[in-house]
Design a protein around this ligand. Structure first.
Ligand code: PEP
Length: 244
């Protein structure tokens, strides 16, 4: 049985006072679904002290354990600050920082080495979808970004079509179902039935309270990675409730 997961990605938003949103998530977090907030790194320590039933994660980590990498943060530092998860390979990092599948795989290994669970993101651009290349792209990203030692305990995969992030556009439920079914079979063929069937798959891209029920009814959707609608408890609670 895969535990549902509602994961919020605050991106580059939030200051100390924003952490009051965590207090307002406590009731929703009493349900069966796991609730995770990934604030900017500056807030991880304070967030983890105030998190209550909410898990706290990071939005990226470096692939090295330590060293001369000005401005970067290692997985161990994030774990030390209170994170238990890290989002890796988000399309904004792939685009803004030129992150390759291979780098995402190294970062995933670093995350595991520090005891963090990795949420590895994959997703096609609109151009790739229109060219009929969606499954090729997702297959390539999965093959390159996921290390061999993936398990249901250390990995979550998030399908986030780039064209759906922050745009208000959402794929049809059959498009989501097709990609999630493809990811599930890819995981089973690479990692075997036991692991491949147990890894949680999140959908991400313009999830809101108003479309959550429909998206969560799709096969192999075990929750959501949510950007904009995770910034306030008022928007995020209905998404969490839809999973419970
Ligand atoms: C995201 O960036 O991970 C995301 C899904 O954003 P939004 O929910 O705002 O589309």
């Amino acid at each position: 049985m895969r535990r549902k997961l509602a994961a919020g990605n605050w991106k580059m938003n939030g200051v100390q006072s924003t952490l009051s949103e965590l207090d307002a998530l406590q009731d929703a977090a009493k349900g069966d679904a796991e609730v995770l907030i990934c604030p900017p790194a500056t807030l991880i320590f304070s967030a983890s002290k105030r998190a209550g039933l909410v898990a706290i994660g990071a939005q990226d980590c470096h692939s090295a354990e330590s060293g001369a990498h000005t401005g970067d943060l290692s997985a161990a530092m994030l774990r030390d600050a209170g994170a238990t998860y890290v989002i890796l390979g988000h399309s904004e990092r792939r685009a803004d920082h030129g992150e390759s599948d291979a780098l995402v795989a190294y970062k995933t290994l670093a995350a595991w080495g520090a005891g963090l669970k990795a949420i590895v993101c994959v997703g096609e651009t609109l151009e790739e979808r229109e060219a009929g290349k969606t499954l090729d792209v997702i297959g390539r990203q999965l093959a390159g970004s996921l290390p061999d030692d993936s398990t249901a305990a250390n990995l979550v995969v998030a399908y986030e079509p780039v064209w759906a992030i922050g745009t208000g556009k959402v794929p049809s439920t059959s498009q989501i179902g097709e990609v999630h079914g493809f990811i599930r079979s890819s995981l089973i063929s690479r990692f075997g039935n036991e692991i491949g069937s147990a890894v949680r798959l999140l959908y991400g891209g313009s999830v809101k309270g108003s479309n959550a029920d429909e998206i969560f009814a799709v096969d192999n959707v075990d929750g959501a990675l949510v950007g904009g609608a995770s910034l306030t408890a008022g928007d995020f609670v209905p998404i969490v409730d839809a999973l419970n």
